[in-house]
Design a protein around this ligand. Structure first.
Ligand code: AMP
Length: 306
């Protein structure tokens, strides 16, 4: 099944303990779209400014991503500038320049509105809602967000949460949004709002899945190479959605596999700045790492100890 991904295409300025880069390729639709493209056909809908470099579009095309739905708008591309301290688990925003994002009002073509898998990557929740209203009978909708939108568009975000199958948030965001430090309680509060499943991204510590019936914990990966966490959450989402789209199987068992593949894609993305690691990533590396994840969390039941 093909996936529609709506989000940002960005030029990021980043600083991590391993270096600094200015105006590099980023954005929620780019990181998630590239990760998903390893598993399934992807169409991206996002705004770009007149300054968006052609080489980045060529890279997306080289990943066989359909970019016909991009909207080129007069003005500058969305820009995000951030830094990470020694503990790279938390991104600190220096500046968000919305630029052409303020003019973005996507109208989906009949082809895009009928794609079965929809991922609303981190974006203005009002635009996410407009996409939800345009898609026709999707099999699955997932959405992501971040503190910027939790603070500025809380009401619209509540509406998004009511209408999606999976809501993805990172730990600090869900704590802020649900006003509790207790993650399981925050997840239960989100579920009460109407979303079917909640995925909490915990950075280097893994990811948690909460549904009405249960809970699953994806393990962390002992990362040797770690240069730039930007896009970890988006590539997690891209791997998750991409695998579900490829398999077409939304059973609990398969959702667990998708969570590990999401973690696998995030673990590769953070090995280098921007999307540089994804440019050389091979399918066999994804399978090998997935199986490593499995080894890290496999243990036997105890029947009788005393
Ligand atoms: P993450 O996967 O959470 O690390 O997301 C990183 C990407 O999110 C960066 O490449 C940014 O360009 C993009 N980004 C930052 N702020 C926003 C925002 N407010 N809305 C949408 N995308 C954003």
């Amino acid at each position: 099944m093909s996936a529609l991904i709506v989000g940002t295409m960005a030029l990021d300025t980043l600083e991590t303990p391993f270096g600094a880069k200015a105006d590099v390729l980023g954005g929620s639709a780019v990181h998630s779209g590239v990760a998903a493209s390893f598993f399934t056909e992807v169409s991206i809908v996002a705004p770009i400014g007149e300054d968006f470099p052609q080489e980045h579009l060529d890279f997306l095309k080289s990943r066989k991503i359909d970019i016909d739905g991009l909207q080129k708008i007069k003005g500058e591309t969305f820009r995000w500038s951030g830094y990470y301290e020694f503990d790279m688990n938390q991104a600190h925003t220096r500046e968000t320049q919305l630029n052409v994002l303020t003019e973005f009002s996507p109208k989906l073509s009949p082809k895009l509105s009928s794609l079965p898998i929809v991922f609303l990557a981190n974006l203005d929740p009002e635009i996410q809602l407009s996409i939800i209203n345009q898609v026709k009978g999707p099999k699955l909708i997932a959405a992501d967000t971040m503190d910027f939108w939790i603070k500025s568009k809380k009401d619209a975000l509540y509406e998004v949460i009511k209408k999606v199958d999976f809501m993805l948030m990172n730990e600090s965001e869900v704590r802020m949004f649900m006003e509790t430090p207790n993650i399981p309680l925050a997840a239960r509060r989100l579920l009460k709002l109407g979303v079917k499943s909640v995925i909490i991204k915990q950075g280097e510590h893994g990811a948690l899945l909460f549904t009405e019936n249960g809970h699953f914990s994806a393990p962390s990966y002992p990362q040797d190479t770690f240069k730039d966490p930007t896009g970890a959450g988006d590539s997690f989402a891209g791997g998750f959605i991409g695998y579900l789209a490829k398999s077409g199987d939304f059973s609990e068992e398969n959702i667990r596999k998708a969570l590990i593949l999401g973690s696998t894609m995030a673990s590769f993305n953070i090995e280098d700045f921007s999307l540089d690691r994804m440019r050389s990533l091979k399918q066999h590396e994804i399978i090998d790492r997935y199986n490593e994840f499995r080894e890290f969390s496999k243990f036997e039941a105890i029947d009788n100890l005393w």
